[in-house]
Design a protein around this ligand. Structure first.
Ligand code: B4P
Length: 219
């Protein structure tokens, strides 16, 4: 069959596009660091992004930044945070969507404290699909409730965070976690993406456990 130069060019470009798409899927490695409030997501995320060169997306940090700048979004969000409640889905999904668009060239993202509802998980999957990517693994830090409350009360002594100030708010946050956030683990378990990790122990010890699982996935 004879193909004219124009048709040949279209075939070449299509082939190039398909191979680039494949490369993008292969290169992006996206982690969700999952766990209850105080399980050490923020602590471990800082170390993981440094080791693996990922972009750290913490919805908690993004919301606190908005609050500091006194933006309308920050002021609205703070009312929920102060009561130990979740900020509405559309607010955090919008923030994550913008952050994904701001980092088109990354080799992957580490999502810390997001998704916190099944609606957020579904939205994240759709956003990544648009980028020809997906969640590679969900690392679930398991810590018992009394240890969590102890850590958060302790953090409250120096953090200045309004949601750390009071033990009743801590208990409320743990309750919200069980009702609204834990179903996210079930959602990703169905997709066989969840690995549970013991979140009790020294910070470096837990970091080694997380790294060992990531290294296995990357190979
Ligand atoms: P976040 O900022 O996500 O914070 P977090 O859950 O409180 O803590 P994290 O698990 O990161 O624990 P950390 O490392 O600090 O959320 C804050 C609020 O923002 C939420 O309540 C919600 O209102 C809102 N929000 C955020 N994301 C949202 C979303 N997607 N949807 C809706 N609302 C959202 O560790 C805790 C303490 O333990 C620290 O003091 C740390 O030093 C210590 N620690 C860590 N590892 C330890 C270890 N191995 N041993 C002993 N102590 C340890």
């Amino acid at each position: 069959m004879y193909l004219n130069p124009g048709q040949l060019r279209i075939i070449k470009l299509t082939t190039l596009y398909l191979s680039l798409t494949k490369i993008q899927i292969a290169i992006m490695f996206n982690i969700i660091l999952f766990g209850p409030p105080g399980s050490g997501k923020g602590t471990q995320s800082e170390k993981l992004v440094e080791k693996y060169g990922l972009i750290h997306l913490s919805t908690g940090d993004l919301l606190r930044k908005e609050r500091k700048l006194k933006t309308p979004l920050g002021i609205e969000a703070q009312q929920f945070i102060d009561k130990g409640q979740l900020v509405p889905d559309e607010v955090v999904i919008g923030m994550i969507s913008s952050a994904l668009d701001e980092n088109p060239q990354t080799q992957g993202f580490l999502f810390d404290g997001f998704p916190r509802t099944v609606a957020q998980a579904e939205a994240l999957d759709r956003l990544l699909e648009l980028k020809k990517s997906e969640i590679s693994v969900v690392l679930f830090l398991e810590v018992d409730e009394e240890e969590l409350i102890k850590r958060l009360v302790n953090r409250g002594k120096t953090s200045g965070r309004t949601d750390d100030a009071d033990e009743n708010i801590q208990r409320k946050r743990q309750e919200v976690y069980k009702n609204e956030t834990l179903p996210v683990a079930a959602y990703y378990s169905k997709l066989k993406k969840v690995i549970t990790i013991d979140g009790i122990g020294g910070i470096d010890e837990i970091f080694s456990r997380l790294s060992a699982h990531i290294d296995k996935k990357i190979k």
